[in-house]
Design a protein around this ligand. Structure first.
Ligand SMILES: *Cc1c(COP(=O)(O)O)cnc(C)c1O
Length: 348
């Protein structure tokens, strides 16, 4: 896809939109000792009496440096769920356009399609949880605007083959959104270094999983400057609050804490996987490049309830296609994982 073709993909009303310009958009030069009487704020300090930076420059510049990308290719959202919603609203005309999703996968794509009145064309993953490339390409038409690839995939835990993703990037005629919520747990490289080559590539990441900041709600979108500019036009001006920006900044400054925790979680995952092998009613442990493990059991509802009675909450994924009788187990602390294994052994 060429650069200018991206613009043609956008909804006409969005491409033509004159966005709201906030007080903080119009004047940003905080270097000088300025008196700010432009935004009707209360002048007495509460530490948060001022509106936050609508472009989140501090957080973005740290991210940009760490990821080796320019800040103009980054958009931040109130969780990646907001980023995904912005993509729908910028590119999908209600009751006209469609998107393609690949169940079993993250449930929000379908919900967002429903909210935005967009047809959701589903192409099930293969039995080894890989995209069926030919079927996807066959089902697309000129109204197919977004294709969602979750890799590593939730709830299956695998990453999709590089060859499949490359072919979809080459031949899908809309935007290919790769949801990398779990990429920091994976051996596989992020698709970030392919942004220059593929103008239809959109990558979402989040501080909710590996970064340990689900509570502050910070999602990240990486894409071409053209796509980011379109999304910037429609995002709420102050969508990332001041406290979130501060906490995200502090976490990103101490990025080696994140790596250490990830390493620890991965060690725990190896150890949990080994012990799960010894549980007779666990029939299959799916390979995982994320911070959770999907297991097939004899009777998921029964085992889910038994764990619950012992105070352990896991996710029953049985209602998802290709996932009958599966439970998704998040890797916790060493003590939590020990408790999980003990409880599973007790059930026997
Ligand atoms: C958890 C998760 C997210 C995170 O969403 P946030 O809104 O950033 O918390 C996104 N995508 C997938 C596949 C997830 O599992």
């Amino acid at each position: 896809m060429k650069k200018n073709e991206v613009h043609n993909l956008a909804r006409t009303s969005i491409a033509q939109l004159q966005p709201y310009s906030s007080a903080r958009d119009e004047f940003t030069d905080f270097e000088l000792d300025m008196v700010f009487l432009d935004a009707n704020e209360n002048p007495f300090s509460t530490d948060v009496n001022r509106y936050p930076d609508p472009q989140q420059r501090d957080v973005k510049s740290l991210l940009a440096a760490q990821k080796g990308i320019t800040a103009s290719k980054i958009l931040l959202g109130n969780g990646s769920d907001e980023v995904l919603d912005l993509l729908f609203r910028a590119f999908c005309e209600p009751n006209v356009d469609n998107v393609i999703t690949l169940p079993p996968t993250y449930g929000m794509y379908k919900v967002l399609a429903d909210i935005n009145a967009i047809e959701n064309r589903e192409v099930l993953l293969s039995t080894n949880f890989e995209p069926k490339v030919l079927e996807i390409l066959k089902i697309q038409d000129e109204k197919s605007k977004l294709l969602f690839l979750c890799s590593p995939n939730n709830p299956t835990g695998n990453t999709f083959s590089e060859a499949s993703i490359l072919r979809l990037l080459e031949e899908f005629n809309g935007l290919v959104v790769i949801d990398e919520a779990y990429i920091d747990f994976s051996e596989t490289d992020s698709w970030l270094n392919k942004l220059k080559k593929y103008h239809n590539l959109v990558i979402t990441q989040t501080l909710s999983k590996a970064y340990g900041m689900a509570g502050i709600r910070l999602g990240i979108c990486y894409a071409s400057e053209e796509i980011i500019a379109l999304l910037n036009k429609i995002k709420p001006p102050y969508n990332i609050n001041e406290l979130t920006q501060q906490r995200a900044f502090e976490r990103l400054v101490n990025i080696e804490d994140v790596s250490n925790e990830v390493e620890h979680i991965l060690e725990e995952k190896t150890s949990v996987s080994k012990q799960l092998l010894e549980i007779p009613f666990i029939e299959k442990i799916y390979p995982s490049e994320a911070n959770f493990i999907l297991v097939k059991v004899d009777d998921a509802t029964k085992r889910y309830t038994q764990l619950l009675k012992q105070g352990i909450v896991v996710r029953n994924r049985s209602n998802q296609p290709l996932c009958e009788n599966t439970l998704r187990l998040t890797i916790g602390t060493s003590a939590e994982n020990k408790k999980l294994i003990k409880s599973l052994q007790k059930i026997i």
